[in-house]
Design a protein around this ligand. Structure first.
Ligand code: NAD
Ligand code: MG
Length: 389
């Protein structure tokens, strides 16, 4: 189609990637996926590429390239593999918008390259802003590229800010479901299994973010994300627990007015709002019936049972590479927890100890983030190992 917006969908086989492609399918040609990438789920990538017919499909794991090529070559779809191909693919002239739906630190380099080549970004990969939000913002300042948030809370804030003046913002209220352990006592949380933690009450998401929701580090990350996206001081961003996940976040203004965005917990709404550069997409499958909810409730989060929550303000107060260290330690800890090597209660202390062991850098440049990420991972891995003995 002539005026179709051409997308590179990074992490196409994941929860956000698939929902993005669902919107592409239902967009009557308004969107078109020209590049699809994935980590290791090659069969799923083949299935999606066969359906969406991108120009290029890339798999992170190089040993899976022959299989990808064999399946897609007959369809005239180019294939590639490896980290370099994943980062470079966003630079092509035929891409209008990059959807960053990979998980973890891997999102950073492609996002920076997309910014440097002036591509718009629909940003799901919050870790990019957590790890290096200052760097991302300084690169954005020199680029025509714009970031549209996909995370539901940040999309809600963007929707509340439509038509408002930035100077009138009093504070941002980021809602949190509270996760599967909201009502559990501390001793039970400490012993929770991966199965317990993977049962999110309201959202069906990838495994890593589901564990982050259970520790509530996800909410700490979202506070950091909001700080970098909206330029609101850290002390004016807070989390509020809202177990029904119907109010997706709120903005309070200086006159006392509070605006909220409500909707069913369906990520396709914020994804479509981002793809449309903060405009509405017709075609919701289901509409919210508020009369089905006898009450919408709000509570204060509990930093004692969920200490990871405190890491947002610690990271923003200290600045520098602090959040990068937290993210790296968490990626190692979550992977170890999912493999059954450590307990749920070990995750926070691993992050805490990694913060002590990894040198603080107050004004990191790109190479410092790369080095911090590797160093903090190595420290966290050592700590995990010491827990096994
Ligand atoms: P997911 O695990 O379902 O999917 C991750 C995708 O990234 C997969 O396609 C996987 O193949 C790919 N991938 C993994 N490692 C990779 C690597 N090293 N290089 C390249 N690709 C790699 O995750 P998800 O739930 O879709 O989350 C994606 C991002 O969106 C995360 O940053 C998450 O925090 C954020 N997010 C997700 C949701 C949600 O509802 N799922 C909501 C808000 C934000
Ligand atoms: Mg979110």
């Amino acid at each position: 189609m002539e005026n179709s917006k051409r997308l590179a969908v990074l992490g196409a086989t994941g929860s956000i990637g698939r929902q993005t492609l669902d919107i592409v399918s239902r967009s009557d040609g308004r969107y078109n996926a020209v590049v699809l990438t994935a980590g290791s789920r090659v069969d799923e990538l083949i299935e999606l590429a066969s359906k969406h017919r991108p120009r290029l499909a890339i798999i992170a794991r190089e040993d899976l390239l022959p299989r990808l090529r064999q399946a897609l070559q007959p369809l005239g779809i180019a294939t590639a593999a490896g980290t370099k191909a994943l980062a470079e693919c966003v630079e092509a002239d035929d891409i209008d918008m990059v959807v960053t739906a990979t998980v973890g630190y891997s999102g950073l380099e492609p996002t920076l390259r997309a910014i440097d080549t002036g591509k718009d970004i629909a940003l799901a990969n919050k870790e990019t802003l957590v790890v290096a939000g200052d760097l991302v913002n300084s690169r954005l300042g020199r680029s025509k590229s714009r970031i549209f948030p996909v995370d539901s809370e940040h999309s809600a804030v963007a929707q509340c800010l439509a038509g408002e003046n930035h100077a009138d913002i009093y504070r941002l209220l980021i809602t949190a479901s509270g996760g599967p352990f909201r009502t559990w006592p501390a001793d039970r949380i400490a012993k929770a299994t991966a199965n317990d933690a993977l049962k999110h009450p309201n959202w069906n998401m990838g495994r890593k973010i589901t564990i982050d929701s259970a520790t509530m580090l996800n909410k700490a990350f979202e506070i950091i994300e909001a700080y970098h996206l909206f330029g609101v001081p850290a002390e004016r961003i807070s989390a509020v627990v809202h177990p029904q996940s119907i109010v997706h976040s709120m903005v309070e203004f200086t006159d006392g007015a509070v605006k909220a965005q409500l909707g069913l917990p369906d990520m396709r709404l914020p994804i479509a709002y981002a793809l449309g550069e903060n405009t509405r997409f017709e075609g919701a499958e289901k509409h919210l019936s508020l009369e089905d909810y006898s009450s919408l409730t709000f509570e204060k989060p509990d930093p004692v049972r969920f200490p990871c929550l405190t890491l947002a303000h610690l990271a923003l107060e200290k600045g520098g590479n602090t959040a990068c260290i937290i993210n790296a330690a968490n990626e190692i800890a979550v992977a170890a927890f999912l493999e059954g090597k450590i307990t749920f209660g070990d995750i926070y202390p691993i992050i805490e100890q990694t913060l002590i062991k990894t040198p603080f850098i107050s004004a990191p440049v790109y190479d410092d983030y790369v080095a911090t990420n590797s160093e903090a991972r190595a420290h966290a891995a050592e700590i995990v190992k010491s827990l096994l003995n």
